[in-house]
Design a protein around this ligand. Sequence first.
Ligand code: ADP
Ligand code: MG
Ligand code: ZN
Length: 467
Amino acid sequence: MPGKWEAVIGLEVHARLLTSTKIFCGCSPAFGAPPNTHVCPICLGYPGSLPVLNRKAVELAVRMGLATDCEVHPRSVFARKNYFYPDLPKGYQISQFDRPIATNGRIGDVRIRRIHMEEDAGKLMHHGDGSLVDLNRAGTPLVEIVTEPDLANADDAVAYLTRLRQVLMYTGACDGNMEEGSLRCDANVSVRREGEELGTRTETKNLNSFRYVGRAIEHEIERQIAVLERGGKIDQETRLYDVATGETRVMRSKEEAHDYRYFPDPDLLTLDVEPSQIEEIRRALPELPAPRAARYQRDFGLSVKDAEALVVTKALAEYYEAVAAEAANAKAAANWVRNEVLRVLNEEKVELEEYRVTPSMLARLIKLIDSGAIGGKSAKEIFDDMSQSGEAPETIVERKGLSQISDPSAIREAAERVITANAAQVEQYRGGKQQVFGFLVGQLMKETRGKAKAELANAVLRELLDR
Ligand code: ADP
Ligand code: MG
Ligand code: ZN
């Protein structure tokens, strides 16, 4: 009996670094400008122009290396990767090859083999029977983050990418915008029978959404298994994912790495970063999502799910922590932020930064509940009102008359009115008919228009009836 099929996956992610200029020149790397307006002799690859390395890009790459537990190397080297393509005017791409800036890291259980810096190429746009080239993107700073083949299925791959994207955004290295191509993924996939050697892999290029990554991997696994079961063999090749059909197809057979004839770029010095600078960058790193979620579980007693949902972005985590601190109730804060705040943001397509309900407003609402000033049902109503009107919770309580009566004397007065008005039932109760008590509580709630605090209403009524 042959063993079961299993898949082996390794990912290569290109992330655009958030700098204000390109990696080797002063042009803007902003997305979406009219074609060929952000170009100069350096990024157009004119002979004789000299690249000058962007310091900020280096700092961001170091940050990513540290944030993924890599060894960051004080010396790395830029090489020329030679190939011809119309979007690459120099005829080579400047990239790090055998001496990348960072190696041997991890995100969770997924090992990161290397992180290297490189420049992006331009972009081809196909129009009818011709093609146009936009070189705005040429020279945009990238890091390429390469994993070991540690992933076993599409879901694991997407989970890794989700975490990687969070780290990129937390560190400020990348804006994570997949629609604009700030994050692109190549998926290497092979299959084998359990316990066998690694199979031959294919590489599916330029997947620009998590959904496409997942689907391309699933399709590729199925396709490879079908080929092998038919007695065929897998060719090491580069494939494209076709969004329309959900299938991958051949783009080109794989060039060997040495075809690129890498050699150190003679126009650039070795990249040297002082170990003290690396340490400085390490000290300035923000608390990252994984340790932050662990802290929420440990210190606030949150569930894994709650904790993970709250650290998805730095802004959300900061919002949550501000609510929890002011409300002095971390669990209630977690429930409100996860269930209500995220729901409204999602429904109304607003960003947290523009959201009307500030952390302090939500915290004060939670305090009103915890102190018994308002009931749970009113709280939801007040929250929705805050989301719409942007008014303070206290103002809304006043305006809507939602304050729950927790003043014993007010309840006592109401209870006395109920007793006078329901003499017959009071008589029955005092004669031993306990069930009538529920009716009298109902009358008291009616008298207070539902705003009496339930325990207090019960206690006051009993006291008056039993005396
Ligand atoms: P290259 O640089 O030529 O693309 P690498 O050997 O550096 O090739 O691997 C690139 C990616 O492919 C890495 O993420 C690695 O984990 C993954 N990979 C390598 N071998 C396999 C395999 N047999 N199956 C799946 N993924 C693989
Ligand atoms: Mg590759
Ligand atoms: Zn330029």
